[in-house]
Design a protein around this ligand. Sequence first.
Ligand SMILES: [Zn+2]
Length: 448
Amino acid sequence: MSGLAKLGKALLLGALAALLCAANAIAQAKPLAGADVPKIYERLLRQIDQIPIYDNHSHATFPDDSDMDAMAAPPGESSVLRLSDTNPEFVAAAKSLFGYPYDDFKPEHAKWLIDKKKAAEAAGGTAYWDGILDKLKIETCLANRVALAPYLDPKRFHWVFFVDSFLFPFDNHDQIAKNGDMAVYVPLQEKVLHRYMKQESVNTMPADLTGYEAFVRQTVADNQKKGGVAMKFEAAYFRTLYFRDPPREKAEAIYAKYHAGGVPSEEDYRTLQDYVFRVLVDEAGKLNLPMHFHSAVGIGDYFSLRNGNPLNLENVVRDPRYSNVKFVLIHGGYPYTLDMIWMTAAKNVYTDSSLMGYYIYPSELKNILKQWISLFPDKIMFGSDAFPFNDAVGAEETFWLASRSARTAIAAALAELVSEGAFNEEKALELAHMYLHDNAAKLYGAKP
Ligand SMILES: [Zn+2]
């Protein structure tokens, strides 16, 4: 090789190396977002605002309908700052949805809003709640309720029914006596259990565990036939989410001992509950019915963060016997949101951002969604947890607050990632569609 050829080759290699460096600079994401974030955010938000939402969890309801939940708020609970009556965002919600003419919820002003909602309830029909969804571009919405309501359009609102009541078939005096929260929760569970017995024409508690199991399985199957798309556990409010795997004989003996009376010991009751829980998981697999779990902070004075930690469910969701069961751990496990996204590494585990959408502000929701969407973007869903807080601030306003928070937070999270060089805006919009709509539509089987 001549000197000139050597020089030419060296120059060529140098140019190649420089090119590779430049390519690397484009491909390598930066740890800091640039000054272009606000512009990218505005562009993304304009399009994200148009995405129809699939809401994984709500309590769509008028405030005087006791079927909105299988439990009720115990007295004296502490509330987070954003949910205080004086949060001006609720006024913004009422203005946006109804043209509310006042700037506060003073009783004489709130009456305007309460009257409007009462009139809508009295008018009957399903147009009112369809209209609320339309205004917020919510296409489909799961309604977690004791029963579906005649004012909810079954084409838009799909029923998620409760199954905790099956865990309380015995004399519950000791459960009720545990604390003020359980004194409110457990009698309501007994009520739901009796409602299910009436539904199934079961007049007295079945004589043995075989009979009880049959009743449990039949009720779940019938609820699915009535339109139920998932079953829901609020168990974290009542006990640990760590469910053991007791042998059937043990549960059978406990059932035989207490079905006719007597207050079960804590250990006996828990063992029976662990067994009945596994019957429900098994049935969920057979019916292809996703299981929803409250897995996050909870209301009340005695809620146990440790018992409600979603990691308690790891032995169940990672059990190969249940690989056909879809587990939907709702409320993102908040505050254990990083543990939660790693729970969704299991192929049959999903989570949603419900409750967080109004407990925390969008700036913080953005951080959580940024982490989630960077890890398992196909396993996360939007959920509103829309719920009436009083006669004025209803599920309508919380639908608004949660959906506005989620749209802005996901736009901000994606804008930062685009600016950092993680991916382009086209990919960002694809990820936004997955979170706000597509993942849920796929999970529950989108209707044509
Ligand atoms: Zn809820």
